[in-house]
Design a protein around this ligand. Structure first.
Ligand code: HEC
Ligand code: HEC
Length: 319
């Protein structure tokens, strides 16, 4: 379907954007989420005890790393760019190639990965079980013998709470027509109609949760194909969320673009790597159109999750 011909439909499909997020951030933090918070920031989950999930997913870098390719606990360069862990509450696939199908399954990956945290899963269980505060916290959850599924489970629960708050575009969707400037309104039309961004970046988090080939694959990284071995999925990557893009630079699975303007230039005059078939037609946007699109996309940024309630809930649990 080409949304260029269905501007109204495109706008309707975006409705409901952050309405859920507001409700989410108002909910009290559960004990499970608090334990997940503690583990996410705890270096005991890395073999040299120098690295935690948050060493690569830094809250002040949009829960990414701020560099094209980050390094693991032993200093090894990772093959792919660190994606964010916010706004994954509706995601059904994880990693750029979607090789994990739940946050629970995903969380075990970096712990055991020799170039990430490099800790055997049974060693992770032994270390967590040896800490009196974790024993006390898990006991409060009804867990007597901690397992790796308990550890991954609470981390996943914490991650599901990482949703960002109301952005200017959400206020516009709720009927506040003053929430967008004229330039942003022109950019909105580009995003949802002529620019066709919403063909893939749609829904509350501006992602269809699916895989697409936009011409960015390389001989070394053929994306989804590595998982499914399906020729039709050659060169495809998971559509990333565009909600709260600001602070998550650089962009793409290999961090090739330093700024959002670079990304817009790419969609305007795309360079196809020739791996699989790209779904992107050159948009050939003028400078003004690019500036308007960028202005609109500023309206997708809202407040980042507040971590204070997690810390408070953890203290209550172990004191
Ligand atoms: C050494 C850096 C590093 C550490 C430490 C790390 N990650 Fe990641 N994380 C990455 C990279 C790189 C990817 C993307 C890998 C890929 O797609 O192949 C990723 C992907 C993810 C994703 C998938 C996001 C998406 O959009 O699909 C989640 C969720 C995640 N990490 C959570 C965690 C958790 C939880 C921990 C701690 C247990 C952790 N990460 C530790 C680097 C790291
Ligand atoms: C055919 C589907 C499709 C269309 C159309 C599309 N995108 Fe994307 N977009 C993707 C995929 C897939 C990626 C990830 C590719 C990669 O990592 O190599 C992506 C990545 C991005 C990123 C990087 C986000 C990040 O977290 O790294 C931005 C920004 C972006 N797109 C904006 C846009 C804009 C603006 C438009 C319209 C001009 C657009 N996209 C049109 C599928 C699409």
């Amino acid at each position: 379907m080409n949304l260029r011909h269905f501007p109204l439909l495109a706008a309707l499909l975006a409705v409901g954007s952050a309405l859920g997020a507001d409700i989410e951030s108002a909910k009290p933090v559960t004990a499970r989420e608090a334990v997940g918070w503690k583990l996410f920031f705890d270096p005991i989950l890395s073999r040299p005890k120098n690295f935690s999930c948050s060493s690569c997913h830094l809250p002040d870098k949009g829960w990414e790393s701020g560099v094209a390719l980050a390094k693991g606990a032993h200093g090894d360069l990772l093959p792919r760019h660190v994606p964010t862990v916010v706004n994954l509450d509706e995601a059904e696939f994880f990693f750029w190639d979607g090789r994990a199908e739940s946050l629970e399954e995903q969380a075990k990956g970096p712990i055991a990965n020799p170039i990430e945290l490099d800790l055997k899963l049974d060693e992770a269980v032994a270390r967590v079980s040896a800490e009196p505060h974790y024993r006390k916290a898990f006991a409060a959850l009804g867990v007597k013998r901690i397992s790796i599924d308990d550890i991954a489970g609470v981390i996943a629960d914490f991650e599901r709470r990482l949703v960002t708050g109301e952005a200017a575009f959400d206020r516009w969707l709720k009927g506040d027509r003053s929430a967008l400037s004229e330039a942003q309104n022109r950019g909105r039309m580009t995003f949802f109609t002529t620019g066709q961004c919403a063909l893939c970046h749609i829904g509350r988090n501006f992602t269809d949760g699916d895989f697409h080939n936009i011409g960015t694959a390389t001989e070394d990284d053929k994306g989804r194909y590595a998982v499914t071995k399906d020729e039709a999925e050659m060169g495809m990557f998971k559509t990333p969320s565009l909600r709260n893009w600001k602070g998550r630079e650089p962009f793409m699975h290999d961090g090739r673009f330093a700024t959002l303007r670079d990304v817009i230039d790419f969609y305007s005059e795309p360079q196809d790597s020739g791996i699989g078939e790209t779904e992107i037609d050159p948009l050939e946007l003028g400078d003004d159109e690019k500036a308007d699109l960028l202005a609109f996309m500023e309206a997708l940024n809202g407040p980042w999750p507040d971590l204070k309630p997690f810390e408070a809930a953890w203290r209550k649990l172990v004191e």
